[in-house]
Write a protein of this length. Structure first.
Length: 200
């Protein structure tokens, strides 16, 4: 759980850094004007790295709650394969500075569903089910799963983000906001309920 808290801080720092791009764009470059018409005008470069980092972390995190050497090795192989293929995709697709990698997001979401499903199967077989209300990884899995199930379909159609007044852009912003509130709200609820009794 210490690593999860550290990951949350890293996520916060990356979001704070990445905020420069939307601020610049929606202010017509009154702010951060120095990035206009440069490779850095889009924060895709930052989030393409973060997407790989975050999915890899979640794979690793849930693998720690999966029993059985076969399943653990399977998840480890999937993590390595995911990192290698996403890096290759970023190199050869020339998308790194242009847009968020759909491959990284879709492949990551599919593997995350696999890991969390296996995690839930392990929960059903264990006595943890009796104290699920105080089991923090359950809240993490719920928040992360709902977040990516909501966001991934929109990322697939991200090429429609062509105008700041586009209906799809507004939909994406609203869904992203709600999904973030749900995910971090679930994390907060989990921390509050689990703070007195650490069952993880």
């Amino acid at each position: 759980m210490r690593y999860f808290v550290l990951f949350l801080w890293i996520s916060f720092i990356i979001d704070a850094i990445g905020a420069y791009a939307p601020i610049a764009y929606f202010s017509d470059y009154r702010y951060f004007s120095f990035v206009k018409d440069t490779l850095w005008s889009n924060n895709a470069w930052l989030y393409n790295v973060y997407i790989i980092l975050s999915f890899s972390f979640y794979f690793w995190f849930f693998s720690n709650y999966i029993k059985g050497q076969v399943w653990k090795k399977t998840v480890l192989v999937l993590i390595v394969a995911y990192i290698i293929t996403t890096v290759i995709n970023l190199i050869y697709s020339e998308i790194f500075f242009v847009a968020y990698s759909k491959y990284s997001t879709v492949a990551g979401t599919l593997l995350l569903i696999f890991c969390i499903t296996r995690f839930y199967i392990e929960l059903l077989k264990s006595e943890v089910l009796l104290v699920l209300k105080r089991f923090m990884p359950f809240y993490i899995s719920l928040g992360v799963l709902v977040f990516y199930l909501c966001i991934t379909p929109l990322e697939i159609f991200s090429e429609y983000f062509k105008s700041k007044h586009n209906l799809f852009v507004r939909l994406h912003i609203n869904v992203l906001l709600i999904a973030n509130i749900f995910m971090y709200g679930t994390f907060i609820l989990g921390f509050l309920l689990c703070k007195k009794k650490k069952s993880y």
